[in-house]
Design a binder for this molecule. Structure first.
Ligand code: PMP
Length: 359
């Protein structure tokens, strides 16, 4: 088939929305201090590296991985304190579980609703799966506009609502009472996405099972294991049993299973790193304020700050100074904002020094 023929076929088979979209863009990060992707900056200490590698020695690469790694799942259930009528399932990153949730309700043709701005994948995945996405604007402090949100629920009758708590990109925690009102009034599922839980230390886990439509999403990515790709979805067993039918049989590879098990046996290390990140977050927050940038109190491992008319120049200047952060060029709401992930103290010092030189 010639290139011209495949072009014609592509246009016939694929939706205009897919054709008009771009693949998820990840910038080239080589040689830069990486404060763009909300990762934990601390690698595994050398003393533990040999032990981790030894734990991988058990992997049978010629066999399919365990489709339901029970020990790992039980460890995660205990961590969440799940009651017996609650269950969880694993995903190849929480991204995979977001996609699976949308696939699950796609047959309803009803919209998916989320605050705007919130995690970009909510909209991207929804639109790729051909469902309408409704973004309800947050207020100026990146809090929920509850009356507007409830009105949007009544108007659109969403099959699914995503609430990222804390919110990405603002780092803010929506008021618990607003979240509860939404869960109570939603006609469909509400997924509370607690990707940044290690840094917020608050959770809706104890409400699981009390509301029949509440599910909780978590990931190990932000607390230090972004390279592993392991997320999990928790909620009433009745929901998890149905959603699990959509999960690809061997979605968690054997190296991830073994590495996650190893890390969870050393959970104190991750907790200690999270504590250091929280302390640095407060230092960065105060430093940005002192430089005169509007910045929002964050319960996550990143900070959003505003630089009207200068965001793009600051982003470029920081990059030239060896520091990569996140700019939102062309974003309808966020083009004046920048997001910096909390790094190691010396990385944060470098970020602040270059930023100061650009003022
Ligand atoms: N939820 C939120 C709110 C996020 O910010 C992210 C990552 N940026 C994810 C989910 C996805 O995380 P992962 O796929 O690495 O588990």
């Amino acid at each position: 088939m010639s290139a011209a023929n495949s072009d014609a076929l592509i246009r016939t088979l694929l939706s205009p929305a897919l054709l008009a979209s771009n693949a998820y863009h990840v910038p080239d990060r080589q040689g830069l201090i990486q404060l763009d992707a909300m990762e934990n900056p601390y690698p595994l200490p050398d003393a533990l590296r040999a032990e981790w590698l030894a734990s991988l020695g058990q992997a049978a690469l010629n066999r399919y991985p365990d489709p339901r790694p029970q020990v790992l799942m039980d460890t995660l259930k205990t961590r969440l304190g799940l009651a017996p009528d609650l269950d969880l399932m694993l995903g190849n990153g929480s991204d995979e579980l977001l996609q699976l949730l949308i696939i699950a309700v796609a047959g309803t043709r009803r919209p998916i609703l989320a605050p705007e701005p919130s995690f970009a994948m909510y909209r991207i995945l929804t639109e790729h799966l051909g469902l309408p996405f409704v973004g309800v604007p947050l207020d100026q402090d990146f809090q929920l506009d509850l009356p507007a949100f409830l009105q949007a629920i009544r108007t659109h009758q969403p099959a699914l609502i995503f609430l990222d708590w804390p919110n990405n990109p603002s780092g803010t925690l929506f008021a618990t009472s607003d979240m509860e009102a939404i869960i109570a009034q939603a006609p469909g599922l509400v997924v509370v996405d607690e990707a940044y839980h290690p840094f917020s230390q608050v959770s809706f886990a104890d409400r699981l099972g009390h509301s029949p439509n509440l599910l909780l999403l978590r990931t190990l990515s932000k607390e230090g294991l972004a390279g592993l790709r392991l997320g999990f979805l928790a909620g009433p067993a009745a929901w998890i049993n149905e959603l699990d039918k959509l999960r690809l049989p061997y979605n968690i590879n054997v190296l991830t299973q073994l590495s996650a098990g190893f890390y969870l046996r050393h959970a104190a290390l991750l907790a200690e790193q999270a504590e250091r990140i929280r302390a640095e977050r407060e230092r960065l927050y105060r430093a940005l304020l002192a430089m005169g940038f509007p910045v929002w109190p964050s319960a996550a491992n990143f900070l959003l700050f505003r630089a009207p008319g200068r965001a793009s120049a600051i982003f470029t200047g920081l990059k030239a100074g060896g520091v990569l952060i996140k700019a939102f060029t062309g974003h309808p709401l966020l083009s004046d904002y920048l997001r910096v992930s909390v790094g190691k103290p010396e990385e944060n010092d470098r970020f602040l020094a270059v930023l100061e030189s650009l003022r």
